[in-house]
Design a protein around this ligand. Structure first.
Ligand code: FAD
Ligand code: NAP
Length: 582
């Protein structure tokens, strides 16, 4: 037990010690999994490291945190009643509202009594004889379960670079992904922000309003598109809700799992004048859909150059100091790293007390008692914000000792990069599942839809196993290998694989470079999952089943059996590399 856990442990260890399923994490994935498990009549326990539900939205309380997929779509779609009763206040809801929504879901579906908070799972070990998992926590719990479901999140393990002299800094150091619950008042302080990814670009404009001086340490300039966030009127909500089922259905057929109008025509075939007009219109709509201006933007470098030139001109038009504007202009592929969506980010650099420091050629040398030193120059600071991101996709798995068949640990198996069939399960680890694991669309789709699809698939899978008396399920190694190869092959087609980003793990020193999410498009992936299920869990090995690998009765996955949106993702469009992705 860690000292931390010992001090906060105020409860008895679990009295009940055997469950059908244990779920790790109570973000949207863990909550929805629990809801489905309960619906199936399975006994289940969720362990959550935080003190409340909501995952990402529980931890990331930094100023300006909000979603970048419109709230009407960045929400659960499994319950029409929930869709109708919840009212989003803004196009992109702020973190406190998304957290309230998560709490509402927990209460509405009576989830809390099955969740144990303030408890981190430290180990999960497969018992080959009993065909069940033994799960240990940092509070001393030891429970067993037939199924162990990792709902640990793709962006939940904060990356805290080990800067020299860190401990010697006299002021507070914050990480955006572990923000203090009571908030932080930067009024009158000299603040340093390290990083210029999504978390930084959301928080910088707000911190700048409070701080007496703000210094931003930028290693890579970021592409960002205005959100044009706005309040949602009662009239808008009424109309949108009337069309909610249709919107949800359209979203499921889209490569990103959320709906926005986009153009499959190639940028390279348009005239410069038409392109300019198209980009202006898309910029005026703002947000992630800007990338849907043309179909070839993430496939053809020459096409990408046209949107990059347009966006650079926008930055130069906003930022008054030419040297700062040049520093803020990225030189990598537009949308290669996750595209940012901002409110007043570039404008912030016109404020006289905001300074941009380039750390691309000379990295941050060290922290001193009074601030940060770069290239021999000291920047005096009272507080430092690390907006340095996450050990994405696999970071939270790495922190749990997961031991499968023959003593193999998941960390060992994934040493050269994660390997999982459909991003759902990994050979050698029977009855262990992951929600939005590596090799699934996950972070390249609207995450809540990606989560729902995985959970629904798992619910049908577990229900089937019970029906046929199966005791274990795991991927066949050859099918897993083929899927991993396919995930790699498709990623090579996209320009996204060309730069350094958390998608490929290179934001963390020493990690292997592997493109982790599946970039072939959400509906293509869903179709594959449906086929696997129709084929009686093709590519999986089931043990103990009376009628092994027969086609299951489909219940929850029914709503994912949608035809591909042929306008957007026709085989011809795919072959011509004209499927826009966000
Ligand atoms: P999480 O929300 O990360 O929840 C995982 C939970 O597991 C956490 O609460 C964690 O404490 C717990 N956990 C992990 N390990 C353990 C352990 N060993 N023991 C116990 N508990 C554990 N996606 C979008 O699609 N649209 C957006 O607009 C969007 N905005 C985002 C904004 C921010 C700031 C961030 C960081 C991410 C954003 N994302 C967005 C991605 C976001 O992570 C997902 O949308 C979604 O919230 C993930 O839900 P989850 O339940 O899978 O994971
Ligand atoms: P991120 O995108 O990984 O950005 C981290 C930033 O820190 C990058 O600018 C990185 O520079 C910099 N950095 C890391 N280590 C550094 C070091 N040692 N020295 C200097 N700079 C360093 O992380 P994030 O901003 O937290 O976002 C992660 C993801 O979460 C997003 O991509 C998105 O999917 C999600 N998110 C979404 C929203 C939203 O709008 N809804 C908001 C926040 C997060 P390099 O680029 O050079 O590595």
């Amino acid at each position: 037990m860690t000292a931390d856990a010992a001090t906060r442990q105020q409860r008895q260890t679990e009295a009940e010690t055997d469950f059908d399923a244990v779920v790790v994490g109570a973000g949207f994935a863990g909550m929805y999994m629990l809801h489905r498990l309960r619906g199936l009549g399975f006994s289940a326990r969720v362990f959550e490291a935080g003190s409340g539900v909501g995952g990402t939205w529980y931890w990331n309380r930094y100023p300006g945190a909000r979603c970048d997929v419109e709230s009407m779509q960045y929400s659960f779609s499994f319950s029409e009643e929930l869709d109708q009763e919840w009212n989003w206040s803004e196009k992109y809801a702020p973190q406190p509202e998304i957290l309230s929504y998560a709490n509402h879901v927990a209460d509405r579906f009576d989830l809390r009594r099955h969740i144990v908070f303030d408890t981190r799972v430290t180990a999960a070990t497969f018992d080959e004889a009993a065909k069940c998992w033994s799960i240990e926590t940092d509070c001393g719990d030891r429970v067993s379960a037939r199924f162990c479901i990792m709902a640990v999140g793709c962006l939940s393990a904060p990356n805290r670079p080990n800067f020299r002299g860190l401990e010697g800094f006299r002021g507070p150091i914050y990480h955006t992904g572990e923000w203090p619950h009571q908030g932080v008042d930067f009024t009158g302080l000299r603040v340093g922000v390290i990083g210029t990814g999504s978390s930084a670009i959301q928080s910088i404009p707000i911190i700048a309003r409070e701080a007496s001086a703000l210094t931003v340490f930028q290693r890579t300039a970021t592409w960002s598109v205005p959100a044009w966030n706005e309040r949602l009127t009662p009239e808008y909500l009424q109309t949108a809700k009337a069309g909610y089922p249709a919107l949800r259905a359209k979203a499921r057929a889209r490569p990103t799992g959320f709906y926005f109008p986009f153009n499959t025509e190639p940028a390279l075939e348009a005239s410069p004048e038409d392109r300019e007009m198209q980009y202006e219109e898309a910029w005026a709509r703002g947000g992630l859909p800007f990338l849907g201006a043309y179909g070839d933007l993430l496939f053809e470098k020459a096409a990408n150059d046209t949107i990059a030139d347009f966006a650079r001109a926008k930055i130069r038009g906003i930022v008054k100091d030419p040297a700062t504007a040049e520093l803020l202009c990225p030189d990598n592929v537009f949308g290669c790293k996750r595209l940012c969506v901002d409110t007043g980010y570039f404008e912030t650099y016109n404020m006289p007390h905001v300074k941009l420091v380039d750390v691309s050629r000379t990295p941050i040398e060290r922290f001193t008692a009074d601030g940060i030193e770069v290239d021999g120059v000291g920047y005096p600071l009272d507080a430092i914000v690390c907006a340095t991101g996450f050990a994405a996709m696999t970071g939270s798995f790495d922190k749990i000792r997961i031991t499968g068949r023959n003593g193999l640990t998941l960390s060992e198996k994934w040493r050269a990069g994660p390997r999982a069939y459909l991003g759902i399960a990994s050979a050698g680890f029977p009855n262990l599942f992951m929600i939005t694991g590596p090799g699934s669309p996950s972070v390249l789709a609207s995450m809540i839809q990606a989560i729902e699809q995985h959970v629904d698939w798992l619910a049908d899978c577990l229900g089937y196993m019970r029906d046929v008396g199966a005791t274990s399920i795991e991927p066949a190694l050859k099918d897993e290998d083929a899927w991993v190869e396919h995930v790699n092959d498709v990623s090579a087609v996209s320009l996204r694989s060309t730069c350094s980003s958390w998608y490929v793990g290179t934001n963390i020193p020493g990690r292997p470079r592997v493109f982790m999410p599946y970039i072939g498009g959400f509906p293509v992936y869903v179709q594959k999952c449906n086929e696997v299920m129709n084929g009686g869990f093709e590519g999986f090995v089931l043990e103990g089943a009376q009628d092994s690998n027969a086609a299951p009765a489909v219940r929850y996955t029914e709503r994912w059996r949608v035809p591909l949106d042929i306008d957007v993702i026709s085989p011809a469009a795919v072959a011509a590399r004209r499927v826009p992705m966000v």
